[in-house]
Design a protein around this ligand. Structure first.
Ligand code: GLV
Length: 314
């Protein structure tokens, strides 16, 4: 309480599940849930739950104990140069989001492994192209980014028999599959993979990581699934790799500009599958528990779960 007034939770998101604000209010009835700062004394706001907020929104909140970002990736959030200093920032680790992401990656990996894009093109041309089905063990899937989502996708893919390898910028130990780390081990990793899955956070170090040099290092005819962030990939280098048949197909769920502009060449490229950043999404049914727990922890002086390291960018 601030005097006799209840502590305020500020919610801002135009893109999340519309049930969030009511779900937060129901789960935390002793707080007051507000969707704007209109008429709210800034010092009353104890926690902010945000996704793609306007830069500077949180700057006046002098008593903020927690910023809960409503997503797995925090690159948009950290792009705000006017964030209040020293306030813990948590990202969401949502079992529902993780499960939907694993399904999406499994679905598209299977489609690429069973040559569905090639069959669709053959159908359009009225060609009966028999493509011999292969067992999953023959396909090596490389996951770039070994956080919660990368590890869950690796488990799902290994579970149905794919050979899975992982790569991350810094070494991750204790994985149930073979892993590679850093620049020096990257080409040894890329050389082996038939399908590459991008699940890296977007940071200054990973921006444009998938560039012309990356495509020179991949196994010829490999395919790419990008479910991380659009800016991990150099768009022109991707189109060139497809047009030169170094890359067989790309499944893209995330883009530098979203919605993908109507004139963008990805829409009509025959070797690109576009989905509208819906590989996965947070949902209050599965993520509310973490939000509630974090707000309770933050206001009682305990460390919140899944804190972000702003210096690392994730
Ligand atoms: C979605 O893109 C997320 O980061 O949760």
């Amino acid at each position: 309480m601030t005097g006799s007034r209840p502590l305020v939770i500020l919610f801002h998101s135009d893109a999340s599940d519309p049930r969030w604000p009511d779900a937060i209010q129901r789960a935390l009835p002793d707080f007051e849930m507000r969707r704007t700062l209109d008429g709210v004394p800034p010092e009353d706001v104890a926690a902010a739950v945000v996704w793609k907020h306007p830069p500077g929104l949180l700057e006046p909140l002098t008593n903020l104990k927690l910023i809960q970002v409503l997503g797995a990736g925090v690159d948009h959030f950290l792009a705000d140069t006017r964030l209040p200093k020293g306030v813990p920032i948590a990202r969401l680790v949502d079992p529902g989001l993780t499960a939907r992401m694993s399904e999406y990656v499994l679905m598209h990996t299977l489609a690429l492994h069973r040559r569905l894009p090639e069959s669709a093109r053959a159908q359009r041309d009225g060609r009966w192209d028999f493509i011999h089905p292969q067992p999953p063990e023959r396909t090596c899937v490389g996951i770039l980014g070994l956080g919660e989502l990368g590890q869950a996708c690796a488990a799902a893919l290994s579970g149905i028999g794919f050979r899975v390898l992982g790569w991350s910028r810094s070494r991750r130990s204790g994985m149930a599959f073979e892993t590679y780390a850093g620049e020096v081990e990257r080409s040894a990793f890329l050389r082996q993979c038939d399908i590459l899955v991008l699940l890296l956070p977007l940071t200054a170090q990973t921006r444009d990581i998938v560039d012309a040099r990356f495509f020179d290092e991949i196994r010829p005819g490999a395919a790419l699934i990008n479910v991380g962030r659009g800016a991990l990939v150099d768009d022109a280098a991707l189109v060139a790799a497809l047009d030169e048949d170094r890359l067989r197909h790309a499944v893209l769920d995330v883009f530098r500009q979203e919605p993908l502009p109507p004139e963008h060449p990805f829409w009509t490229h025959p070797a690109i599958t576009v989905t509208p950043h819906n590989s996965s999404a947070t949902n209050p049914d599965t993520a509310m528990a973490q939000v509630t727990e974090n707000i309770r922890r933050a206001v009682s002086g305990q460390t919140p779960l899944h804190l972000v390291d702003p210096a690392a960018g994730y």
